[in-house]
Design a protein around this ligand. Structure first.
Ligand SMILES: [Mn+2]
Length: 289
């Protein structure tokens, strides 16, 4: 398994200058940095070159995450939105190809977070999402990009809430580069059993997010990490394990993640760095057996 962390741990917005984070996570001992896909389609040649060379120089693999905006929903019923999404993802894959990023994960089959103040039709949305995901998969394939269908809790999306639903969706899409993506934070809400959920995904598991129940770094809460690690080894998982902690207040991230209190009081960058390093050592110990 390769260990990474999402840049947003240190940030308040869904985009940032990622180059300093490549250097930071390399110094903390990570193998990978997950970056937010949002700004990538607009990247200049210079930005692409700078990020790519920094990743190479620091021995860091890059992965990308995205919670599609309403206008980037490839599974929308509205054809105009689907076309808009297709256009946007095409530009994204072009840039990801240039950057050598081979994994994109998130609610790529839909949008995020879903506005439940309007009624939703799960069966109908599922059908459009399967069709849309097939289109994305064919667009991503020439760049050797794998798409992780992130299974989310009921409060954030209505389509894929359990590993079983993730597997059913991925089998229906039936594309080589579309896999199931699980996240311990969401699993904690929806799954009866972590080991069984991981076993259900089995060989279709393509990406894995970690975090405590309240989205602190792994090791600071009551998540059954040993059980999770044993289950990942049992299915011979050899993909990325990316921790996705959210403890910092402010900006759009606070709004979307619903951070309404000081989860870690008196946070400084130094403290975040230290805790990320400890969490990485903890994860390696738990997951490598
Ligand atoms: Mn996640």
């Amino acid at each position: 398994m390769k260990y990474g962390i999402y840049y947003a741990y240190w940030e308040k917005e869904w985009e940032a200058d990622y180059v300093p984070y490549v250097e930071k996570v390399a110094s903390l001992g990570f193998d990978a940095l997950e970056i937010g896909a949002k700004p990538l389609p607009e990247y200049t040649k210079e930005q692409i070159a700078a990020l790519k060379s920094s990743a190479a120089a620091n021995g860091i693999s890059l992965t990308a995450g995205y919670g599609p905006s309403y206008e980037h929903n490839i599974g929308a019923k509205d054809e105009r939105i689907r076309m808009n999404a297709k256009e946007w993802f095409k530009r994204l894959f072009d840039v990801m190809g240039e950057l050598g990023i081979h994994h994109l994960g998130g609610a790529l089959y839909s949008y995020w977070p879903v506005d439940f103040s309007h009624p939703v039709n799960k069966e109908e949305d599922w059908k459009y999402s399967v069709e849309g995901t097939r289109i994305l998969a064919d667009m991503a394939a020439p760049y050797d990009i794998q798409l992780g269908m992130e299974v989310l809790n009921r409060f954030e999306n209505h389509l894929l809430n359990s590993s079983e639903e993730g597997v059913r969706f991925v089998k229906e899409v039936d594309k080589e580069n579309v896999k199931v993506m699980l996240d311990t934070f969401h699993m904690n809400i929806e799954e009866d059993n972590f080991a069984e959920a991981i076993d259900t995904a089995g060989g279709l598991l393509g990406h894995f997010h970690t975090g405590e129940c309240n989205r602190k770094v792994p090791g600071q809460g009551r998540m059954p990490w040993k059980e999770i690690g044993d289950a990942l080894r049992k299915i011979n998982y050899d993909g990325y394990v990316v921790m996705e902690p959210f403890v910092r207040r402010g900006g759009q991230i606070e709004k979307d993640i619903h951070i309404w209190r000081e989860i870690r009081s008196g946070i400084t960058d130094e403290m975040l760095d230290k805790e990320a390093r400890e969490a990485l050592l903890f994860e390696r110990e738990m997951f490598e057996g």
